[in-house]
Design a protein around this ligand. Structure first.
Ligand code: NAP
Ligand code: MG
Length: 464
């Protein structure tokens, strides 16, 4: 272990300060298992300081004009843009993904999205006159944001900026596995000149911090992105004090290939989501449904397509030894339950090359549980209705895709019980509302729908 590394401070009340807690967490790089940073394992006192700071800042932040908030957000984005290379290096170190992927998909894409959001929000009205009543849109208050490690920058900015734009103040608790990227957010906030206290960064172990934040009487909302298991726990605690909750949770999304689909487009989209970021993407299309008559053709095309994804080139290791063990155990289970390995092998370390199972039944564990690794399952169907039924036969409902003749593909897409469905496209649109049906979550992020998760609506009833 590198004993020279200093323990990072927390960012509270507009300045960096040492934590009260003397405990710390080691940030381990999946690239070589070296310690790349030390962050405080915050105590209750630290959490209370952060909450107090957010509370103190709330009233005056609520009074600011939207134009001021937009202006600060623009400066925030500029800072991220000016430091893209350094941020990409941090993400590469703590998450393990290649630098190029970090730059493009972990930073540039989110910057574009934030810029687009600022365009959309300008002109947003916090007051509307309706027939017989007026609507006032109020900030919710102090919002705690708990984020995962797989997109360590974007998962933070897509909470913090909308929450601030709507007049709330925030406390961020990033994942302990990738907390270093969060310090770039603190830097960007600091440089953008946001008033002190509107953003606070505390680090620490999820179970301790989560409990303190979900129970805290001065926090009005918890927005959480992470696993369904932890999200359920956080939500139930938060609801005891009737906090607003927004939950972005796990997925097991389906990609449905219809007869007549553009095979290359369908397989590119599906494989990109499953193999880039080593499959550590909540919206990955991990179940590929193909007509039985096309099984051989799809298998052959997949064997070719998969040559475009390689660890050390455009893929990195999975984020932790734990993640490797999890992926390995799922691959073992897949084999035990009768699936066939079309591509890849049982992984032996965290540098996991693409794995594709075929002969998968939708009832098998690998088709039901989120693996969060580069593992794709091919499942055959005879009738399109069966494909829809199997796609929907999942506890999750986050994303999905349908490829095939336009009209038919659209009809199928309408029947999927998921928050997003891509229809004959491999491109992402900016600021489309994103979120889950069923166990994939509660609420939406992105776009106007995402912004409005961060407001209370008041009706003022007036004499007609
Ligand atoms: P996770 O284990 O659920 O952790 C998410 C966050 O919760 C981390 O900050 C974690 O802190 C914290 N946490 C852990 N235990 C907690 C507790 N008992 N109470 C409160 N907070 C707690 O998820 P992850 O492993 O970081 O991320 C992977 C999961 O996120 C996958 O399931 C993926 O599908 C999901 N995800 C969903 C979306 C979406 O938009 N729907 C996007 C990305 C990821 P520590 O790191 O300190 O434990
Ligand atoms: Mg976890």
């Amino acid at each position: 272990m590198n004993k020279q590394l200093p323990i990072k401070p927390l960012y509270i009340d507009g300045r960096y300060q040492q934590a009260h807690s003397t405990k710390h967490i080691e940030v381990i790089s999946p690239l070589d298992l070296s310690v790349v940073g030390l962050v405080p394992d915050s105590s209750e006192e630290d959490v209370n300081d952060a909450v107090q700071s957010a509370l103190d800042a709330l009233e005056s932040w609520k009074q600011t004009d939207l134009s001021t908030r937009i202006e600060k957000s623009e400066k925030f984005i500029e800072y991220l843009q000016d430091h893209q290379d350094e941020i990409a290096e941090t993400i590469h170190q703590e998450l393990g993904c290649p630098i190029e992927f970090a730059r493009e998909s972990q930073i540039a894409g989110y910057i574009k999205e934030l810029k687009d959001l600022l365009n959309r929000v300008s002109g947003y009205s916090f007051y509307e006159e309706k027939e017989g009543y007026h609507l006032q849109k109020d900030a919710i208050g102090v919002i705690a944001c708990i984020t995962p490690w797989n997109y360590p920058l974007g998962q933070i900015t897509k909470k913090i900026i909308p929450a601030l734009l709507m007049g709330n103040t925030t406390i961020l608790k990033p994942s302990s596995q990738t907390p270093l990227t969060a310090y770039w957010v603190a830097e960007a906030i600091d440089h953008a000149g946001f008033p002190k206290g509107v953003f606070n960064l505390i680090t620490g172990s999820g179970s301790t911090m989560g409990e303190l934040l979900s129970n805290h009487s001065d926090i009005n909302m918890i927005t959480f992105t992470g696993s369904t298991e932890v999200g359920t726990e956080v939500a139930s605690t938060a609801l005891k004090s009737m906090k607003r909750i927004a939950m972005e949770l796990g997925g097991k999304s389906a990609s449905i290939l219809l007869k007549g689909a553009d095979l290359d487009q369908a397989l590119t989209k599906t494989c990109d989501t499953v193999f880039f970021n080593s499959g550590q993407t909540c919206s990955a299309l991990t179940r590929l449904f193909v007509p039985t008559s096309m099984k051989k053709a799809v298998e052959n095309a997949l064997k070719e397509k998969v040559k475009g994804y390689k660890v050390g080139e455009n893929m990195g290791p999975v984020q932790s030894e734990n993640q490797f063990e999890t992926v390995k155990s799922y691959v073992d289970k897949g084999l035990k339950e009768g699936a066939t390995l079309l591509v890849g092998k049982v992984p032996t370390n965290r540098f996991i090359e693409p794995i594709i199972f075929t002969d998968v039944e939708n009832s098998m564990t690998i088709a039901r549980e989120e693996i969060f690794g580069p593992v794709l399952s091919v499942i055959t169907y005879d009738k399109v209705d069966e494909a829809i039924e199997m796609a929907n036969d999942s506890k999750y409902g986050l994303s999905g895709a349908v490829f095939g003749p336009e009209k038919e593909a659209f009809e199928v897409a309408k029947q999927l019980r998921t928050g997003n469905v891509f229809v004959n496209t491999k491109n992402k649109s900016l600021n489309v509302p994103f979120g889950g049906y069923k166990y994939s979550g509660i609420g939406r992020e992105n776009g106007l729908e995402g912004l409005e998760e961060f407001i209370e609506i008041k009706a003022l009833i007036v004499q007609e």
